[in-house]
Design a binder for this molecule. Structure first.
Ligand SMILES: [Zn+2]
Length: 259
């Protein structure tokens, strides 16, 4: 089972429960992060203690978020060998995929125009749509998943919806027998409601995606605790939006099978 996560923390928000269940059932699990989450200005301001983080500060934030992603994935039982970082530019995934033949894009956050992280799958790859597609294709080919969990096309974050569309396209073309399930994280400021930690409540589908054929995946108390622990590993994110993140720790997760 492969989780396609646009940013470090998505793997936990969407899928920490399913990952733990799959590990317990003996499945081989993996996570691929499309970006290092290296654009989040407010976040960089806090961690760098400056009002205007310089590009180097955002790249350093990226390194911290990658480390947090690994720590969370470790807690969820994902072997390090199955934790992949592509390292494409945060907030520019839709732009890259819409113009696959355009020259390399320069991240307005880090200033990089190629993958700057040495541990990425293909460090030095130019920031082009073609390179991004090839990189995700390489992970799918290497990992050969039978189940893929990817962001819904209805997720409001453009990095999310465009990553989901790319996953759908690559799987349809290359692995039509794989089961693709969509998850959603950004569905409007009022979701999940109420904000904060409510471990005894169920997670209901958001209004904007109510028409999707959602399926419930129940979490037992140990899986909920595991999800919370993994979330706590995302310290930079917890510092700035803990109420939003905590609201995903519920008695269930929701997934909608791809049409
Ligand atoms: Zn995200």
């Amino acid at each position: 089972m492969l989780v396609i996560a646009p940013h470090p923390d998505d793997e936990t928000l969407c899928c920490a429960g399913y990952l733990q269940r799959a590990v317990r059932a003996g499945a081989t699990v993996g996570v691929v992060w499309i970006t290092a989450g290296d654009s989040f200005e407010i976040d960089a301001m806090l961690t760098e203690r400056t009002l205007r983080p310089r590009s180097a500060g955002l790249e350093k934030l990226g390194l911290r978020r990658i480390a947090e992603g690994h720590a969370a994935a470790d807690l969820l039982g994902v072997p390090r060998a199955n934790q992949f970082l592509l390292g494409f530019p945060d907030r520019d995934i839709a732009e890259l995929l819409q113009h696959p033949q355009a020259p390399a894009l320069r991240s307005r956050y880090t200033g990089a125009s190629a993958v700057p992280y040495s541990e990425a799958l293909r460090p030095g790859d130019a920031y082009t749509g073609a390179a991004l597609r090839a990189s995700l294709q390489a992970v799918i080919d290497r990992f050969a998943p039978t189940i893929v969990l990817a962001p819904s096309l209805l997720d409001r974050h453009p990095d999310h919806s465009s990553s989901g569309a790319l996953a759908l396209e690559l799987l349809r073309a290359g692995r039509p027998a794989a089961h693709l399930y969509f998850w959603i994280v950004h569905a409007g400021l009022d979701w999940p409601a109420p904000g904060g930690l409510h471990r005894n409540r169920a997670l209901w589908p958001p209004r904007r995606a109510a028409a999707l054929p959602w399926q419930q995946l129940p979490l037992d108390p140990a899986q909920e605790a595991g999800k919370l622990a993994a979330l706590r590993a995302h310290r930079t994110q917890m510092e700035v939006m803990s109420r939003f993140l905590d609201a995903f720790v519920r008695t269930n997760e929701i997934y909608a099978p791809a049409p």
